[in-house]
Design a protein around this ligand. Structure first.
Ligand code: NAP
Length: 306
């Protein structure tokens, strides 16, 4: 049986270091980083994500503000708001919470954010910098995954990595970042043939597809490291029982919320992998920590503190 590769402890350590640096700048230059979030519409999950980010900022002494815009906000109205924040010298980081309502073009909205304040790392300028292997603001989830692997001394150089999922926020930037780390990377998606066969060649298998417990043991090479990025709400009691058996903790979570959060990887994989990241408590906490790290980085760059 493998070990759980949890991310909370590392995320706390990173946040503690950020907090210390923020306190230092508060004292030294009487300034702290500021992160602004924009939510268009009232998607409940997005609201929770944004308020978690704001609470984390507060804890570390980072200033934060959230703008709640109505669902029917036009692109021009949103772009005007973003532009104002781009020009605001007090603001170091801008994030527009995704997904956006369908009438808004995500690419156009991301392009409206100044690359130097793009703390999510989704702007084409920052994504392009990955391909050039140049310093820049990197997408938070891929950055967090690499930190987690490195901090557990899991070698990347020369390693065969398979990434399942090719989104712009996880799979694609992650594959490029791992290539920069000298890993040999294969990227898979919904059109990949013989997916389980390809996946089972991986020394490190990373799954970001949004399909609960999709990846089972037959996708995994004996002793592989498996990183589960998926965050899926499951409210089917039978499915929960099928996945976890008589698990008191999961049962209690279900009773409390009416659903539980599970990843894209079947829990049985722990019996075959050397390491598996838990969901929740694996990649998620690192994504938030990396957002705060990017905010500090943007602040330092903008204030010539590097
Ligand atoms: P996304 O934009 O929906 O992309 C999903 C990707 O998975 C696509 O490339 C899709 O392939 C691929 N895919 C879907 N079904 C597949 C299948 N049956 N076989 C192979 N590939 C398949 O998703 P995302 O934004 O990357 O998010 C993925 C998951 O990660 C979600 O559960 C999300 O909630 C979670 N997530 C977690 C964090 C965190 O911090 N923990 C951060 C971001 C995302 P095609 O391109 O061919 O359609």
């Amino acid at each position: 049986m493998g070990e759980w590769l949890e991310g909370r402890t590392l995320a706390e350590k990173i946040k503690e270091e950020i907090g210390k640096e923020v306190a230092y700048y508060r004292e030294k230059i009487k300034k702290v980083p500021k992160l602004v979030g924009i939510l268009v519409g009232d998607d409940p999950a997005s609201k929770i994500y944004l308020s978690t980010k704001a609470k984390n900022c507060e804890r570390l002494g980072i200033s934060s503000e959230i703008f709640y815009l109505p669902e029917n906000t036009s692109f021009n109205e949103l772009a005007k708001k973003i532009n104002k924040l781009n020009k605001d010298d007090e603001v170091d980081g801008i994030l527009v919470q995704l997904p956006l309502p369908s009438h808004l073009d995500t690419f156009e909205v991301i392009c409206a954010i100044s690359p130097e304040k793009d703390v999510d790392g989704f702007h084409p300028h920052n994504l392009g910098k990955i391909l050039h292997n140049e310093e820049g603001l990197r997408a938070c989830t891929p950055l967090g995954i690499i930190e987690l692997l490195k901090s557990n001394n899991i070698p990347l150089e020369g390693t065969r990595v398979v990434v399942i999922g090719r989104s712009l926020i996880v799979g694609k930037p992650l594959a490029a970042m791992l290539t920069n780390e000298n890993a040999t990377v294969t990227i898979c998606h919904s059109k990949t043939r013989n997916l389980s066969e390809v996946a089972s060649e991986a020394d490190i298998l990373i799954v970001a597809i949004g399909k609960p417990a999709f990846v089972t043991s037959n996708f995994v090479k004996e002793g592989a490291v498996v990183v589960d990025v998926g965050v899926n709400r499951v409210s089917d009691r039978n499915k929960i029982k099928e996945l976890f058996g008589d698990n008191k903790e999961k049962e209690e979570q279900f009773e409390k919320k009416g659903y539980i959060i599970i990843g894209d990887v079947h829990p049985e994989v722990i019996n075959k992998a050397s390491y598996l990241t838990p969901v929740p408590g694996g990649v998620g906490p690192l994504t938030v920590a990396m957002l705060l790290k990017n905010t500090l980085k943007a602040f330092k760059k903008r204030n010539n503190l590097e």
